[in-house]
Design a binder for this molecule. Structure first.
Ligand code: XMP
Length: 526
């Protein structure tokens, strides 16, 4: 766990596990996948931007370094550069795609643009099966290519390990344990990519697999105990898996010195407040203070239609209400927050950040509260948070809750909010939820919800003309919520949901199904 000060800086980094791999990010959308694949081999990994000095990257003695891909070209305008002296470290290095090209360029090999971008699957023939990175591999395997430039001459001292039809130097290595690959082992389409990364960290870097939910819990609980000690902590609880697991960990360390605060924004799903209250009191034993601030939120959002303005207002108001409630808790010194690793990546404090798409709301408490922030999940990916939750004994209903955005229904109601529209959406959403559950699809689909589109259309019911709103159903399959595909819902489920919504929600006259993947769409509509 890394407690951070209010500016978001690390106060202590003593929890970095000893056996770990540093991933240097040159801005590839796949970088978080590299870190995840390493952790799946039970070895801790952490992402660093290439802009960070080498001294930070090696501060905790990584056993190996992986350089990510990038959209950039080594011959482009000011391309991402290698951190200084990185290649002089005497630990194994794996360069992937751009990571390969930049090392090739730095060590005297040659990189050239291809006439066409090589994108998609390729069959790779392995020339040297005795190299530890290909231990246990067959002679040929499928890999995933995505590159414009390619290595046309490896640097002196590098030998060919593998080739594909389009890339003579698909994998090369030298005697100093630098391995360079043109393909992407981190993506699922590379058949044995996972095995290759595993070979790198276990065989070449000699890491011991020890990054497990149990070891994480033991270490984190010890640290929370030593940091918070006899102090009082408050936790912002939303009912989502992150804040629940963060609170459960802190509760295990300090017991009832943790006080949970739940702010009802009035922008939650039907019965959400009572469901969360009930399941938290049953399973978490954290004392929970629920504050109904729905009037306040609706007043502030009155007349607002711009998505970013809605997000900003909900975010700011949430902090105001939270601060007001937190001030009522005696002797509070610590603030527990369920920030997870992708949040820190998105906010740009780890690795690089691609263009900001929308402001994701996280509570940043103001200095005046004078609370020290405790973020026990700051290093975990979502699936790791779930494993920790299960290991802590939390029930499936809490651990597998689908994500719900901080701004809540405000970003699922296009245009102006009103109590009537919120109520209509809550009913439609509950119908969709019932139908998905009755089909047993609630654990198959990663996120599903209804959106009010702000488009009015004409309908007919009985003999009468109706004029009401179009509701859109959204149901997506995703591993990490960074990319997603729409779920091929059975027609029967769509038919029943549509019929029930139009019949049971008078303000809705038409239902459509959103079949946009992410990208190019985002999961939420605003
Ligand atoms: P998008 O719409 O960006 O959403 O594809 C990706 C995932 O993030 C959730 N989401 C949020 N979560 N605060 C959150 O905690 C937010 O402001 C927020 N906005 C979107 C969204 O529901 C999806 O799971």
């Amino acid at each position: 766990m890394v407690p951070i000060d209010k500016a978001g800086q690390s106060i202590s980094d003593r929890s970095a596990p000893r056996d770990y791999i540093a991933v240097v990010d040159f801005g590839s959308q796949y970088t978080p996948l590299i870190a995840r694949r390493i952790r799946e081999a039970e070895v801790y990994s952490e992402i660093f931007s290439y802009l960070e000095p080498t001294s930070s990257i090696i501060q905790n003695d990584p056993r190996g370094i992986i350089l990510s891909g990038s959209d950039a070209s080594v011959y482009g305008d000011s391309p991402p550069h290698l951190p200084e002296s990185l290649l002089e470290l005497e630990i194994p290095i794996l360069g992937i795609c751009y990571g390969m090209q930049i090392i090739t360029d730095a060590l005297g090999g040659a990189v050239a643009p291809s006439k066409t971008r090589e994108y998609g699957p390729a069959t790779m023939e392995i020339a040297d099966l005795s190299h530890p990175i290909f231990a246990g591999f067959p002679e040929t395997t499928r890999v995933w290519m995505s590159h414009g430039d390619r290595v046309v001459l490896p640097p002196p001292g590098f030998e060919q390990l593998a080739r594909t039809e389009g890339s003579e130097w698909a994998a090369v290595a030298n005697e100093n344990d630098i391995v360079l690959v043109q393909f992407h082992p981190e993506v699922k389409h590379t058949q044995l990519g996972h095995a290759m990364l595993r070979n790198f960290v276990l065989n070449m870097c000699d890491c011991k697999p020890s990054w497990t939910p149990t070891s994480f819990i033991e270490q984190t609980v010890r640290e929370i105990d030593s940091i918070v000690g006899n102090g009082v902590a408050i936790a912002g609880i939303s009912g989502g898996v992150d804040s629940t697991v963060a609170s459960a960990l802190v509760h295990r360390a300090i017991g009832n010195k943790l006080q949970g605060i739940f702010v009802d924004t009035g922008l939650l799903r039907a019965n959400e407040v009572s469901n969360v209250e009930e399941s938290l009191s049953k399973h978490l034993e954290v004392p929970l203070l629920v504050h109904d601030a729905s009037d306040r939120f609706l007043n502030h959002l009155n007349g607002v239609t711009d998505p970013e303005t809605k997000r900003k207002i909900v975010g700011e108001e949430f902090i105001n209400v939270f601060v007001q409630e937190a001030a009522k808790i005696d002797r509070a010194e610590f603030f527990v927050q369920g920030t997870i690793y992708p949040d820190t990546i998105e906010s740009g404090s780890a690795g690089l950040n691609s263009a900001k798409i929308k402001t994701h709301h996280n509570t940043h408490i103001p200095d005046t509260l004078n609370l020290q922030v405790v973020e026990p999940l700051r290093r975990l990916f979502k699936d790791e948070v779930r494993q920790v939750g299960l290991e802590l004994g939390l029930p499936d209903e809490l651990v597998w809750r689908q994500p719900f955005p901080g701004p809540g229904l405000a970003v699922r109601i296009i245009g102006q909010l009103s109590r009537d529209r919120i109520r209509s959406l809550q009913i439609a959403d509950a119908i969709f939820d019932e139908e998905i559950r009755s089909e047993g699809l609630d654990r198959v689909i990663n996120q599903y919800f209804v959106v009010l589109t702000n488009i009015k259309t004409v309908g007919v019911m009985g003999d009468a003309r109706t004029y009401g709103e179009v509701a859109a159903l959204r149901a997506v399959i995703t591993e990490d919520f960074m990319t997603a595909d729409w779920h091929r819902l059975p027609y029967e489920v769509l038919a029943r949901t549509s019929s029930r919504i139009v019949n049971e929600v008078p303000q809705i006259t038409r239902v459509v199904y959103d079949i946009t993947p992410k990208p190019p769409g985002t999961i939420e509509w605003e």
